[in-house]
Design a protein around this ligand. Structure first.
Ligand SMILES: [Zn+2]
Ligand SMILES: [Zn+2]
Length: 190
């Protein structure tokens, strides 16, 4: 998302509201955790850039609609995540200029500037920052429901009221199992 912030830079206004929805671009799609598919127009952003006495800040509420297979039963399930995206906007050196400084001075950058977005030609572009922030927000577990019982270990069907699960084969008596193992081993050796 590219946003023109010249009005704030020139002091013509002190806040700028914006709202948009979009698809996951190529770079975000490549970064998504395995199995996650962001729905078309699934990223919805509503935010504000404000002049906070000398520096600009960006705050946005982000929601992402996506689908992913349930961890237990593998059913493709709808989820959404919601978080606040915040950055400080710097009208000073762009990342390219910063790179030049690092190269010229051959010094390590202290890393304090990680959460900065740089103004370039009166505009800010936070597409990559936002993509990165989104990838960090996905939960580690996805279940279609809290009490999902997963798949039947015998037939592979989803376990639910219609299919409470196949009756497992009768357990072999542990003493017989030892005998069976001995038999198997002697067969292998012959
Ligand atoms: Zn499930
Ligand atoms: Zn079954």
């Amino acid at each position: 998302m590219k946003l023109d912030v010249t009005d704030i830079l020139n002091g013509r206004c002190s806040t700028l509201d914006f709202e948009y929805s979009e698809d996951a671009g190529e770079s975000l799609t490549a970064m998504l955790p395995a199995g996650i598919t962001v729905l078309p127009d699934g990223i919805f952003v509503t935010g504000r850039v404000s002049d906070t006495g000398g520096y600009m800040s960006l705050t946005a509420d982000v929601t992402v609609d996506y689908t992913v297979p349930c961890d237990r039963c593998l059913d493709e399930t709808d989820f959404y995540l919601e978080f606040t995206f915040e950055r400080v906007i710097s009208a000073a050196a762009s990342p390219e200029a910063r790179e030049r400084i690092i190269n010229e001075d051959d010094e390590e950058w202290d890393g304090v500037t990680d959460d900065l977005i740089y103004v370039s030609n009166g505009c800010i572009d936070f597409t990559e920052d936002l993509s990165e922030a989104i990838t960090l927000e996905f939960p580690l577990r996805h279940l279609c429901s809290d009490d999902c019982k997963g798949l039947c270990p015998v037939c592979g069907k989803k376990i639910n009221e219609d299919h409470p699960g196949c009756t497992p084969k009768k357990e072999i008596d542990p003493r017989l199992a030892v005998l069976q193992k001995l038999l198997d081993n002697s067969e292998k050796n012959n």
